[in-house]
Design a binder for this molecule. Structure first.
Ligand SMILES: Nc1ncnc2c1ncn2[C@@H]1O[C@H](COP(=O)(O)OP(=O)(O)O)[C@@H](O)[C@H]1O
Ligand SMILES: [Mg+2]
Length: 318
């Protein structure tokens, strides 16, 4: 399979008043054509920072200190953040959790879809207007012409997320990055939006990087899963292997939490303790203090990668 995105040993740092801390550490993964890779982990594990780092949207005090990001034939690590953002509007579609933050309340919906069409695909205003209504239809909005003329506050959460998906696919990207795209929605709408995303990914032969804290979402969608903990990927493999034979105690705990009725795993009720904060001094495995399997070695030495049966796991006792 041809890879669309390759991320190698990505490190993201943040400078605070008197210290510099590592927020994302040694993160590597790849996404093939037409493939869906999910990053899963509790809140604060560095999922969003990883996504923002990929697309040149880090804040002023955050920076990539090491690693490579290869998108098709381009090496993002050699490019300026503003050049990366230009590619992102066109060839990488972005969907964030909070539609209110991503849509401009002062512009009509249609106008917000037309903008990238004019800017990136060089359509005329008239062509863009026609195309924006078609795109709204394509994401399952029935009175598309009416919705194009409305403002974001007039739409429901699910409708807004459909509009964001329309914007994300508008310039025919090869990759979509979706960060918790359905977390703010209720369960039924969430399922509809996930179905829509999956259908569009399939029909348009795009790849998807889907970030979620919820294994329920991921199990419906992903081909491959990367489990993140405290800024690092600690296990990665195909969805079948991760769901059926997880090796890392953290992956097991996440799955168990997801299986508990009516819970999601944004906070792990079944394991005591919290995700360590960036900058916490930890010599061994970052998960050790919460791990039921920990032994002396885990507290002292950082685990290496362990390869077994298609899974890659960072744990001494995997
Ligand atoms: N400028 C910063 N200085 C220190 N820590 C930061 C900074 N920006 C983000 N972080 C920390 O980075 C970690 C990862 O955050 P994030 O990527 O948003 O997690 P997730 O998306 O997995 O919930 C969090 O612990 C957050 O507090
Ligand atoms: Mg996040």
């Amino acid at each position: 399979m041809k890879e669309v995105l390759i991320v190698e040993k990505l490190h993201i740092m943040a400078r605070d008043k008197n210290e510099t801390v590592t927020i994302v550490e040694d993160v590597s993964f790849s996404i093939g054509e037409k493939e869906i890779l999910s990053i899963v982990g509790e809140s604060g594990c560095g999922k969003s920072m990883t996504a923002l780092g990929l697309i040149g949207l880090l804040k002023k005090n955050q920076y990539i200190s090491e690693g490579a990001i290869l998108f098709k034939d381009k090496n993002f690590t050699d490019m300026t953040a503003s050049d990366i953002r230009k590619i992102c509007g066109k060839d990488i579609g972005i969907i964030f959790q909070e539609p209110m933050m991503s849509l401009n309340p002062f512009f009509k919906i249609g106008k917000q879809i037309e903008e990238p069409l004019v800017q990136h695909l060089k359509m005329s205003k008239k062509e863009a207007r026609k195309r924006s209504v078609e795109l709204l239809e394509e994401v399952g909005i029935h009175d598309a012409s009416k919705v194009a003329k409305s403002y974001s506050h007039e739409l429901s959460g699910g409708m807004k997320q459909r509009v964001l998906i329309a914007i994300a696919i508008s310039c025919n990207p090869s990759l979509i990055i979706a960060d918790e795209p359905t977390t703010a929605l209720d369960v039924i709408i969430q399922a509809q939006i996930l179905d829509l995303l999956k259908k569009l990914i399939f029909e348009r032969e795009m790849s998807l990087l889907l970030i979620s804290h919820d294994f329920g979402v991921i199990s419906q969608m992903a081909d491959k899963v990367a489990v993140m903990y405290a800024g690092e990927i600690i296990e990665i493999g195909t969805i079948d292997k991760i769901m059926s034979y997880p090796k890392h105690p953290y992956t097991k705990a996440l799955l168990q939490a997801a299986n508990e009725i009516n819970t999601n795993c944004s906070r792990l009720s079944i394991i005591e303790g919290n995700v360590p904060r960036p900058g916490d001094l930890i010599n061994g495995c970052k998960f050790a203090n919460r791990c039921y399997k920990k032994e002396n070695k885990c507290m002292k030495e950082k685990p290496h990668w362990y390869y077994h049966d298609g899974l890659k796991t960072k744990c001494w006792y995997a």
